[in-house]
Ligand binder design. Structure first.
Ligand SMILES: C[S@@+](CC[C@H](N)C(=O)[O-])C[C@H]1O[C@@H](n2cnc3c(N)ncnc32)[C@H](O)[C@@H]1O
Length: 238
């Protein structure tokens, strides 16, 4: 089996295990009241980060590990046009679903460790909750290198991910140290901003379900309980 096929199979197995363990409604705000405030906090961190870098609606943007295009849909809702939005994912079923739902978006099926986009092509490359699920550091390093390569000098890399994983098998936190090592912070990139988002899942999901009015005050009072952050890096000019 080729490396790409092995990776495709491993990714499919990861998701099968995830939804078998957590339940089909794990991320469904209509069926699971634990989801809504986690999603709102997640989006808050992204909007604040995009405001910081003054996102221009004519930028070309690549979503790495785009799944069925959820993050690109969010950008569409902010007024970006589909011809500026590109997504790549290794999972055939997700890309098929994305293309069916949003035919105007530019979906590519492929392994992000070897992307076919030219160097310096995009103004912004982003990812959302992909790195936390990649425990193979060779693969993570390959994706990070590719994200830096395809972004223009002075362009941005936006990482929306979980900064703690507590040693759980199958997860590897995207901590500041891991970001620095994967993305060459200080040499190839520099940190532009860090914006806090969702609370650690057991707590955030419980508050969302039972005490939603306390959700954002708690984020402010106990910021170390925020597990998801959006970090923006800038590719330094050569
Ligand atoms: C948690 S999902 C996030 C999906 C999407 N970003 C979102 O927010 O809805 C992570 C995605 O990364 C993809 N992925 C994992 N390894 C990949 C690789 N090597 N190349 C491209 N996509 C990959 C998975 O197939 C999965 O769709």
């Amino acid at each position: 089996m080729s490396v790409a096929a092995t990776r495709q199979k491993q990714t499919a197995e990861w998701y099968e295990d995830y939804y078998t363990t957590k339940g089909d409604d794990r991320n469904d705000p209509l069926r699971n009241p634990g989801v809504l405030f986690q999603n709102l906090a997640f989006e808050k961190s992204i909007v604040e980060a995009l405001r910081t870098i003054r996102l221009d609606k004519t930028w070309d943007i690549l979503d790495v590990g785009c799944g069925a295009g959820f993050s690109m849909l969010r950008l569409l809702s902010y007024g970006l046009e589909p011809e500026h939005l590109y997504g790549i994912d290794i999972a055939q079923d997700r890309i098929t679903r994305g293309r069916r739902r949003q035919p105007a978006l530019n979906f590519t099926l492929g392994d992000a460790t070897a992307m076919e986009y030219p160097s310096n092509r995009f103004d912004l490359a982003m990812e959302s909750t992909m790195f936390v699920q990649i425990t193979d550091e060779t693969m993570a390093g390959g994706i990070a290198r590719e994200m830096v390569r395809v972004v223009k000098p002075g362009g941005y890399i936006m990482l929306t991910d979980w900064r703690y994983s507590f040693g759980r098998p199958g997860y590897y936190a995207l901590s500041p140290q891991r970001i620095a090592s994967l993305f060459g912070v200080g040499t190839s990139t520099r940190v532009v901003c860090v914006r806090k988002g969702a609370l650690l899942p057991p707590l955030g999901r419980a508050l969302s379900r039972y005490l939603p009015t306390l959700y954002f005050p708690l984020c402010r009072v106990l910021p170390f309980l925020v597990g998801q952050v959006t970090v923006v890096l800038q590719k330094v000019s050569a």
